[in-house]
Design a protein around this ligand. Sequence first.
Ligand SMILES: [Zn+2]
Length: 200
Amino acid sequence: MAHRTHRNGISVMQLAEMFPDEEAARRWFESRIWPDGRHCPRCKSTRTREVKAAKPMPYWCTDCRKYFSVRVGTVMEASRLPLRKWVYAIYLHMTSLKGVSSTKIARDIDIHQSSAWHLLQRIRKAFDAGEDNLFGGPVEVDETFVGGKEANKHESKKLHAGRGVVGKTAVVGAKDRATGKIKAEVVEDTTAATLHDLSR
Ligand SMILES: [Zn+2]
């Protein structure tokens, strides 16, 4: 049987379940940006430690002796918006065929329209530049942009939603090798065939 790609997308409800709070969003960004373990975004050192009291920069680099967070070195660096709002805005951007407006972002994630406008500019910039930091490394096809594979997750991060779409549905970001541009689509089935199709 020929493989058919379903592009029904994940629902806002599923997104809400994946990111119930700011902590979940932070952990998710960290797992994407530091897939091989935390390192300093400035000097790349892995000699870092967590300093829980040091919010909003909870990590300390022993080598360059500076605090950092998951935002440093990404388009989120200068932003004070909660990471969860970034997730929602990125989701809106990725799932809107004609492009999401800043008025919709402002309404949906409850921020001022001027903030929404700047947020959208940064998201577009990241996507246009194929910003690797936001996508967790120089990947060509990344099927774990939202959600991720249940099997790869730590027990505490698993969704425990049973079999089905929750753990498997993914927003796929495919990076064009030549231009470095990211294009993203929500797919329900992340088989090799689907990913190959998207990466062309
Ligand atoms: Zn450092």
